[in-house]
Design a binder for this molecule. Structure first.
Ligand SMILES: *[C@@H]1O[C@H](CO)[C@@H](O)[C@H](O)[C@H]1NC(C)=O
Ligand SMILES: *[C@@H]1O[C@H](CO)[C@@H](O)[C@H](O)[C@H]1NC(C)=O
Ligand SMILES: *[C@@H]1O[C@H](CO)[C@@H](O)[C@H](O)[C@H]1NC(C)=O
Ligand SMILES: *[C@@H]1O[C@H](CO)[C@@H](O)[C@H](O)[C@H]1NC(C)=O
Length: 391
């Protein structure tokens, strides 16, 4: 009987051990040095209008044409003339565009589901549709819908039959990409409550904490790869400029303080996610700065092939072609004649679609910028977002 391994056996043993360690490191959410592209089989998205693929439209009522005119040639419930950033994300992985969880007609959730609805907030709002302003599907409601989605798909899978062909495989939940784009409506909620910008600004830490709590809850359901957008330069949006005309402007014509609130939110979110990376060692958490590439379009539109960035493409009235009474796609009365509030001549050269949301061309530009990793923390590209970076 040998009590000790010979040196050769010991070395062989160690080679096997390191081989196993290497395999473990290369599995999902592995460190960045194992730089294999991630194979996300599904995407689950949480958010507001900027990532809604038809959720609010399914729950309440369809958006009118010309929403969707550029790409889908019909209104799909997306707040754009065409595709949104989430569509470009799905497309980049060869996945179909995400169906809204709330859409009961013809939806197929094999490759994920979208829980986002336009008007959603991070904190539960006081005023909800149809009488009030905001979506009843706040982030915590979206989380609960997702929790029930997992539970119900398990049951449907066990039952088999046609419905089982419309849901994700069980292991997709841990392998999927989890995307987030939410926050700007929380500011609107404060302002519509007659809070000053400083008062809204003071609520940012609580808004961000609530955001982080919900991400943790989704992690606790098994999510591991997170791609989290910050919020854009909302002070540059025609809707902001038309409704708060007296505010101080920056050199590009954007409302300065509104953008400062966005920046403060983004700072707090970035810090919060850095802490979350420590708290959740199995998660790959990517903070995605969409503010900077969106702002580039207002700073230097010509350079990127755009024009009139502060003027809405689809709208009517005023310097910013935006007025709450003349919404994109609505029929309005001008001096006794009916007019449709339609789109501008060339949406592919315009930044803002309806005063609040971006055109497909702008969304594509932002996607091209963020997917490279140039605007993310840690600085990894979208297709590496399953890899954890060691601190
Ligand atoms: C659901 O979508 C997947 C992917 O596009 C497709 O393979 C499958 O056939 C679809 N199921 C049905 C019932 O259409
Ligand atoms: C905000 O102020 C306006 C104008 O003073 C008032 O009409 C409105 O009721 C106020 N809203 C709230 C929520 O207090
Ligand atoms: C928001 O609050 C932060 C932290 O107190 C402060 O640094 C920033 O200047 C404030 N911004 C505005 C627009 O009030
Ligand atoms: C509507 O009529 C008024 C008064 O005649 C005129 O000043 C204005 O330009 C007209 N507006 C449009 C859009 O034709």
């Amino acid at each position: 009987m040998k009590l000790f391994m010979s040196q050769i056996e010991f070395l062989r043993h160690m080679t096997l051990v390191s081989f196993i360690v290497l395999i473990l490191l290369c599995s999902n959410t592995s460190p960045i040095f194992a730089s294999k592209s991630c194979d996300f089989p599904a995407i689950f998205n949480f958010g507001a209008s900027n990532s809604d693929t038809g959720g609010l439209a399914a729950a309440f009522e369809a958006l009118p044409f010309p929403f969707g005119e550029t790409y889908f040639h019909r209104s799909t419930g997306r707040y754009s003339d065409g595709r949104i950033i989430l569509d470009f994300i799905a497309q980049s992985f060869g996945l179909p565009y995400l169906h809204p969880y709330l859409n009961s007609l013809g939806s197929n959730f094999t490759y994920g589901a979208n829980f986002a609805t336009a008007g959603s907030t991070i904190r539960i709002p006081n005023s909800i549709l149809p009488r009030g302003m905001f979506s009843p599907f706040a982030l915590i409601v979206q989380y609960r819908q997702f929790r029930d989605f997992i539970r119900n798909t398990k049951f449907i899978r066990d039952q088999g039959g046609v419905f089982a062909t419309l849901i994700p495989k069980e292991d997709y939940f841990s392998k999927a990409l989890y995307t987030f784009d939410i926050g700007q409506n929380d500011f609107v909620a404060g302002l519509s409550n007659n809070e000053t910008i400083q008062q809204v600004n003071a609520t940012v830490p609580d808004i961000v904490n609530t955001f982080i709590e919900n991400i943790k809850s989704i992690y606790n359901l098994g999510a591991r790869s997170f791609w989290i957008h910050n919020t854009g330069p909302n002070g540059c949006l025609p809707v902001t400029l038309a409704n708060f005309p007296s505010k101080i402007k920056d050199r590009y014509g954007c409302a300065k303080q509104f953008n400062e609130v966005s920046q403060y939110f983004n700072l707090k979110l970035k810090e919060g996610l850095a802490q979350l990376r420590k708290d959740l060692p199995l998660a790959a958490i990517t903070y995605v700065d969409i503010y900077t590439p969106k702002y580039l379009l207002f700073q230097n539109p010509k350079k990127y092939g755009f024009e009139h960035p502060l003027v809405a493409c689809c709208g009517y009235g005023g310097k910013y072609n935006n007025n709450v009474r003349n919404k994109c796609g609505e029929s309005i009365n001008i001096n006794g004649t009916k007019h449709l509030v339609g789109s501008c001549k060339n949406p592919s050269k315009r930044v803002v679609w309806d005063g609040t949301h971006y055109t497909e061309a702008a969304n594509k530009f932002v996607f091209d910028q963020i997917s490279t990793g140039a605007f993310t923390d840690p600085p990894i590209p979208l297709n590496m977002a399953c890899h954890r970076k060691f601190p």
